[in-house]
Design a protein around this ligand. Sequence first.
Ligand code: PAF
Length: 281
Amino acid sequence: MKVITTIDEVRDQVKSWRNNGESIGLVPTMGYLHEGHQSLMASAKKDNQRVIVTIFVNPMQFGPKEDLASYPRDLERDKKACQQMGVDLIFWPSADEMYDANFNSYVNVNGLTDALCGKKRPGHFKGVCTVVTKLFNITQPDRAYFGQKDAQQLAVIQRMVQDLNIPIEIIGCPIVRESDGLAKSSRNSYLSEQERLAAICLYRSIEQAKQMIKAGEKSVATILKAMQNVINNEPLAKIDYIEFVDFATLTNVDVLKQDSLCALAVYIGKTRLIDNFIYHH
Ligand code: PAF
């Protein structure tokens, strides 16, 4: 497995794989890899002859008051996680390698990025779309793998690829959870022991919603109320948002329908966690 820090070297490697007719799967990450990322690598490995993992904590997608400086990083651990999964190449660029001093071009997906997390994190998805486009252009994969945990990110990237005719297949992969249901996230490492216990309330509220849906409930207002109750019963939790939207357009739905996305963001202490599920008949 190679660890490469420059764009030129990635291009050389990709060119030689392409000359051999090999297919390439890309797993873009910000590092501090966990089983969620490894499940993306496993899918990439299954579908492609070569797998590239990028590790880049992208400054452009962090707001001024967000956790860019404290975002967890551990390259040595990440290398082992990638090696275990049979990854061929890690691209680990510096911020200067990705953004030169005169950098001034951005990719913006309108509409979808104003919903859900976009309301609270202005500029976040512009940063994501810009860096993902750059990573696509640098690595030129056949397929790219994203977790459904970041459901809005997945919907936005799918829209972007379609709108801009980017010839890459986007594969969404299911959420990977801890044994008690908490969705795996690099940010879980911020939680104290007590907060870690409290964090289960996100999954509990999802389970509550799923039970109601199974019993025939279709009113979004009724389901939301029950979910809010579950989370409000946890003293360390504070709801940022819970919403039901159409997964493709991210516009709100009042009555549950096929492919409704229920997305939630909840503060546990100072840590903001997200989770979701997509409703299928
Ligand atoms: O999901 C992430 O880790 C990031 O948003 C991504 C897609 C790697 C872009 O920086």
